[in-house]
Design a protein around this ligand. Structure first.
Ligand code: NAP
Length: 266
C-alpha cells in the first residue's frame, strides 16, 4: 500500500526533475531515503536494482509516497547499461539527475581486518561494482541528460584508513577520484558530479561489515553534532540538495554528512 501523497511538495527543490536512484533494496537503503525525499521535493523518481533482490525492491517501492517504476540494472552488465536509456524512456523522456548508491565487497575476504590477505579477484569485483560503476552508470545515463544534469554518489571518507573497512576503503578512494575525473570531462556538457560522504548508517551493506560497530562507536563519541546511525534522512537531504538547482557551480565536490566527525582531530 502506498502512503499518503500529501507529503509531496509540488514547489519543492526538485519540482519538475526526473531522477534515477540506482541501488535501492530495503527501506533502510540510503537510496530509498533519497527516493523518498526526492519525491517529497517534487521529483519524478525511478529506482533500480539487480538480480535476486529485484523482487524485494518492487515490494519496498510501494512504501514510497508514490510507487516508482523499478528498472533492472546490474552496473557490471554491459547489456543492462546499453539498455538503460530505452528502459528509462519507457517512463520519462530524459533525466535531470542520477544517484549512484551502490557498493559491494565480499565481507568474508575484503572487510573486517583481512586487508593483507584480500584476494585480487574479490578486490577487482569490489572496484568494478563500487568505483568503476560510477563511470559506467554516468556514461550510460549521458544520452538522457542532453541538457545537463547532476550525478551524486555515496562515499565513506576515503582520505584515511579505518578499522574494518579495508578494501572497501580503497574502492571508495577510487570512487572519489572517479567522481573528480567525471566532473572534469562532463562539465562542458553541464553535468555536475559530486559525492556525499556519510557517517556510518545501519543499512544492509553496513551490517554485513564485520567490525562495523567499531566505526559506530567512534562516531558516537566524536561527532560534534551527534550521529544517529539509523537516520538516513540527513544523507538523503544532502543528496537531494546536490541534485537540485541550489548547487549550480559545484562539481567534483565531496559534501560530508557525518555530524562533523571529519573536522575533528580527536
Ligand atoms: P544498501 O542498502 O545495501 O545499498 C547498496 C546497493 O548496491 C544495494 O541495493 C545493492 O543491491 C546494490 N548493488 C550491489 N551490487 C550491485 C550491482 N552489481 N549492480 C547494481 N546494484 C548493485 O546499502 P547502503 O548503505 O544504502 O549503500 C548505498 C551507498 O552508500 C553505497 O555506496 C555505500 O558504500 C554508501 N555508504 C554507506 C554508508 C553506511 O554506513 N551504510 C556510509 C557511507 C556511504 P543488493 O542489495 O541486491 O546487493
Amino acid at each position: 500500500m502506498s502512503d499518503s501523497t500529501s507529503s509531496i511538495n509540488p514547489n519543492g527543490i526538485l519540482a519538475g526533475k526526473r531522477i534515477l536512484v540506482a541501488g535501492v533494496t530495503m527501506d533502510s537503503s540510503i537510496g530509498f531515503a533519497t527516493a523518498k525525499v526526492a519525491q517529497e521535493q517534487g521529483a519524478t523518481v525511478l529506482i533500480s536494482n539487480f538480480g535476486r533482490a529485484l523482487g524485494i525492491t518492487r515490494r519496498i517501492a510501494k512504501r514510497l509516497p508514490e510507487t516508482p517504476p523499478v528498472i533492472e540494472l546490474d552496473v557490471t552488465d554491459e547489456d543492462h547499461l546499453a539498455a538503460l536509456p530505452d528502459a528509462v524512456r519507457e517512463h520519462v523522456d530524459g533525466l535531470d539527475g542520477v544517484v549512484h548508491s551502490i557498493a559491494y565487497g565480499n565481507p568474508a575476504t575484503l572487510l573486517g581486518g583481512n586487508f593483507l590477505d584480500g584476494p585480487w579477484d574479490d578486490v577487482a569485483q569490489a572496484m568494478q561494482v563500487s568505483a568503476y560503476s560510477l563511470k559506467a552508470l554516468t556514461q550510460a545515463s549521458r544520452p538522457l541528460m542532453a541538457s545537463g544534469g547532476s550525478v551524486v554518489g555515496l562515499t565513506f571518507d576515503a582520505t584515511v584508513a579505518w578499522p574494518a573497512y579495508d578494501w572497501m576503503g580503497v574502492a571508495k578512494a577510487a570512487l572519489e577520484s572517479t567522481s573528480r575525473y567525471l566532473a572534469r570531462d562532463l562539465g562542458a556538457e553541464g553535468i555536475r558530479v559530486n559525492l556525499v560522504a556519510a557517517g556510518p548508517l545501519r543499512t544492509l551493506a553496513a551490517k554485513a561489515i564485520p567490525g562495523f560497530s567499531d566505526l559506530e562507536d567512534l562516531w558516537g563519541s566524536r561527532a560534534p553534532l551527534g550521529w544517529d546511525n539509523t537516520d538516513q534522512e540527513p544523507t538523503a537531504k544532502a543528496v537531494c540538495a546536490l541534485l537540485s538547482d541550489f548547487f549550480p557551480a559545484t562539481t567534483g565536490e565531496i559534501v560530508h554528512v557525518d555530524g562533523g566527525f571529519h573536522a575533528m582531530g580527536a
